[in-house]
Design a protein around this ligand. Structure first.
Ligand code: GNR
Ligand code: NI
Length: 174
């Protein structure tokens, strides 16, 4: 297993749509293991493949709080079948938008289908933080970031800071 580099906004790859996978093999599982290691080390509760520069419909999630009781979830080709009419608000962050957080309203529950780590078809109904996290990650697979759910004013403010952050990082490296 190895840790991968996380892509930081602004980066055009984060706006691209990820591609559906055709098969589940050891090479794919290796990538999922790398994504999980990258997510745990960040630390974060979710990660989409595009965030490590790979445009494939792959997500890893672990919302367990206890570090000793890991509960990783691997989602291949996740599809949201339905969303509840009721909504909930969570303070969201994103590993591709370091240091920025905002309250985002989303459907409280979602019913999804996906392929698991072994290659079996699965379905789950999620609520609470898991539901929010799944929707945040599926957004990534469609080139959508949480700031796209904010007003233009708030979004532009965050984007401006991220542009500066990237310039500052380049100054240190160059
Ligand atoms: O680590 C993360 N925390 C989080 C908090 C609330 C809603 C969504 C998330 S996902 C985020 C990691 C990430 O950027 N996933 O794409
Ligand atoms: Ni994110």
């Amino acid at each position: 297993m190895s840790k991968r580099k996380i892509v930081i906004e602004p980066d055009p790859i984060l706006r691209k749509k990820s591609e559906t996978l055709e098969k589940v093999d050891d090479e794919l599982r290796g990538l999922l293991d790398d994504m999980l290691e990258t997510m745990y080390s960040a630390p974060g509760i979710g990660l989409a493949a595009v965030q490590v520069g790979i445009l494939k419909r792959l997500i890893v999630i672990d919302i367990s709080k206890d570090k000793d009781k890991k509960n990783p979830l691997f989602l291949i080709n996740p599809e949201i079948i339905s969303k509840s009419k009721t909504s909930s608000i969570y303070e969201e962050g994103c590993l591709s938008l370091p240091g920025h957080y905002a309250e985002i309203e989303r459907p409280a529950e979602c019913h999804i289908k996906y392929i698991d780590y072994i290659g079996n078809k699965k379905e789950i109904k999620a609520k609470g933080l898991l539901s929010t996290c799944i929707q945040h990650e599926v957004d990534h697979l469609n080139g959508v970031l949480f700031i796209d759910h904010l007003s233009k004013l708030k979004k532009d403010m965050i984007l401006k800071k991220l542009v500066k952050h990237k310039k500052d990082l380049n100054k240190i490296i160059l």
